[in-house]
Design a protein around this ligand. Structure first.
Ligand SMILES: [Zn+2]
Ligand SMILES: [Zn+2]
Length: 65
């Protein structure tokens, strides 16, 4: 029986993302894995219950506007 871990790799450079970081090192638009170097930040407008506010999300290169 072999224990296989799903290895996350950056879609841009193929670098292996440590498993403890893999869960949040993803593009919030397409869900692709991205390393620290290829993480871009984008400001998105969100509509709250009473207010409109801005949030910063992690995205990959191709989802960055
Ligand atoms: Zn990368
Ligand atoms: Zn993306």
């Amino acid at each position: 029986m072999s224990k296989e871990l799903k290895i996350a790799r950056c879609v841009e450079c193929g670098r292996i993302i440590p498993s403890d970081e893999a869960s949040w090192r993803v593009c919030s638009m397409c869900g692709d894995s991205i390393c620290l170097e290829h993480t871009y930040y984008m400001r998105v407008k969100r509509t709250g219950l009473y207010d409109i506010y801005y949030d910063v999300v992690r995205v990959c290169k191709k989802c960055k506007i």
